[in-house]
Ligand binder design. Structure first.
Ligand code: SF4
Length: 397
C-alpha cells in the first residue's frame, strides 16, 4: 500500500502551471459547465479514475453560506463527472474545530446527494492516515495525510475564497488542512502556521482547483460578514490560484506569508504579472444595491452603488476593508460604482469612480476604469492618489 501511495505522490511531480480561468455569473451549475466543458478541462479526467472532491466544510451549522463550499457547485461538478463516465467519486473533508464533517454532510445536503449519484462520503477525521515526509523546511519533518486522498487518481480541491483571521486569506493552499487528523490540525496553530501550510502543500497536490467565489466573507473564515462576489475560478497550481484570489481580496500575494513560503519553496509562482488569467465572460450587471452587511457603519466613507454588479461591489468592499485597516478611509471620500450610482455630490469630496461604468459616466478625482477592477487594483489606485504607502497589506503606491 505504501509503495502505491509513494508512486502516486511521485507521479504528480509538483503542481502543473496552466494559469487561472475565471467565470462570472449567478448560476453555479452553468458556470461549472463553462469552466469544465467549454475549456475542455474535463478531458484531463479519465472515466476509470478514482476522483476525490475536497470541498471546504469548515462548519456544520445551518448558516454555512459563504463559509462552506456551495454544495450546488459540487453537485454541478458531480453531474459533469457522471456525464463523462466517471463513476468512482468521493466527497471528503474534515471540519474545523468544534464542528463535524459528518454533520456537515447532512446539513449541506451531501447525504441526499450521495444517494442521488451513488457517491462515497468520507469524514476524513475518521479516515486512516499515512505519515509522509515533507519536502520543505518548517516545523514538521512529516505529516499524516488521509489515505483516501493519497490513494485517489484525481484530487479536486474546492475551497471558498474568503478572509481568514490568522492568515489574511484562505483558499486552496489552506483548504488542504482538512486532509489531516484533528490533532495535527490543532498543532498547526501552535507552530509557524504559514510554513506548516507550505509544508503540507509540498506533499499534497490537487490535480484541479475549483474555487467557490460566489459568496465569501470580509473578515472571518467562519462567517458573519458575507460578501457576494459571483465568480468561480479554476486552475491547477494552488500558488497561482491563491495569488489571483489574494489580488481579488485586496492583497499583494507576496504579503500573504503562506503564499510567499509556498512560492519560495518552488510550489508555484505568485508574481501576478507572470500568471495568465483568462476571464470567460463579464460580471452580471445588477439594477439595485442590496447591502449584505452594514457598510455605512463599517466604513467611514460614502458609497453609492445603484446598478453595480455584485462582483464589482464585492471587490470594492474588500478594497475598503484593506483601506480601513490602514486607517485611510474618511467621510470626505465618495466611492461610486455601477450603472446608475445616482447624484454625485457637488460639495467638497474626493470622488472615486470604481469600474468602467462609473468612470465612463462621471468625472472623478480618481478613476479605476477596469471591468471589474480587483480589490488590489482599487486599493493601489486609492493609496497612490492619497500619496500613501501601505505596509500591512504589502501594497505600495
Ligand atoms: S465596471 Fe460595471 S459592468 Fe464591470 S463589473 Fe463593475 S459594475 Fe459591473
Amino acid at each position: 500500500m505504501r509503495k502505491k501511495i509513494k508512486d502516486k505522490i511521485d507521479r504528480r511531480g509538483g503542481p502543473a502551471t496552466r494559469g487561472v480561468t475565471v467565470v462570472y455569473g449567478k448560476d453555479v451549475s452553468i458556470m461549472v459547465k463553462q469552466l469544465l466543458i467549454d475549456t475542455e478541462a474535463i478531458d484531463r479526467i479519465r472515466p476509470q479514475s478514482v476522483v476525490v472532491i475536497k470541498p471546504n466544510l469548515v462548519v456544520s451549522r445551518a448558516q454555512w453560506k459563504g463559509v462552506n463550499t456551495d454544495p450546488a457547485a459540487v453537485e454541478a461538478l458531480i453531474e459533469i463527472l457522471k456525464r463523462f463516465g466517471v463513476s468512482q467519486i468521493t466527497v471528503a473533508d474534515g471540519s474545523g474545530m468544534g464542528y463535524s464533517a459528518t454533520k456537515a454532510f447532512e446539513i449541506c445536503g451531501y447525504s441526499a446527494m450521495a444517494k442521488r449519484y451513488g457517491l462515497r462520503l468520507v469524514d476524513l477525521e475518521r479516515d486512516r492516515f499515512v505519515k509522509i515526509p515533507v519536502r520543505l523546511d518548517g516545523p514538521f519533518e512529516s505529516l499524516e495525510i488521509a489515505q483516501t486522498v493519497l490513494e485517489c487518481d484525481f484530487l479536486i480541491n474546492m475551497p471558498v475564497m474568503k478572509a481568514h483571521t490568522f492568515t489574511s486569506i484562505t483558499c486552496s493552499l489552506k483548504n488542504l488542512k482538512g486532509v489531516m487528523p484533528r490533532s495535527l490540525k490543532t498543532k498547526f496553530h501552535s507552530v509557524d502556521l504559514n510554513r506548516a501550510i507550505a509544508q503540507l502543500n509540498s506533499i499534497v497536490t490537487p490535480h484541479l482547483i475549483l474555487v467557490d467565489g460566489m459568496q465569501g466573507d470580509l473578515s472571518s473564515e467562519t462567517g458573519y460578514t458575507p460578501v457576494r462576489m459571483e465568480r468561480l475560478l479554476m486552475g491547477t497550481n494552488p500558488v497561482e490560484v491563491d495569488s489571483v484570489v489574494a489580488d481579488m481580496l485586496g492583497y499583494v500575494p507576496r504579503s500573504i506569508p503562506h503564499l510567499d513560503y509556498s512560492a519560495a519553496g518552488g510550489l508555484g509562482n505568485c508574481d501576478l504579472e507572470k500568471i495568465s488569467v483568462q476571464d470567460l465572460n463579464l460580471p452580471v450587471q445588477g439594477k439595485y444595491f442590496h447591502p449584505q452587511v452594514e457598510y455605512t457603519k463599517r466604513f467611514q466613507c460614502r458609497i453609492s452603488a445603484e446598478g453595480a454588479c455584485c462582483t464589482c461591489l464585492g471587490n470594492l468592499l474588500f478594497a475598503l476593508e484593506r483601506l480601513k485597516e490602514q486607517r485611510l478611509l474618511t467621510k470626505e471620500q465618495f466611492f461610486f460604482i455601477g450603472q446608475n450610482p445616482g447624484k454625485i455630490p457637488v460639495e467638497k469630496a474626493l470622488k472615486i469612480a470604481v469600474g468602467k461604468c462609473a468612470a465612463n459616466r462621471y468625472e472623478a478625482d480618481i478613476e479605476i476604469p477596469s471591468c471589474p477592477p480587483s480589490a488590489g487594483n482599487i486599493y493601489r489606485r486609492v493609496i497612490s492618489a492619497l500619496g500613501k504607502a501601505s505596509k500591512s497589506s504589502g501594497q505600495s503606491a
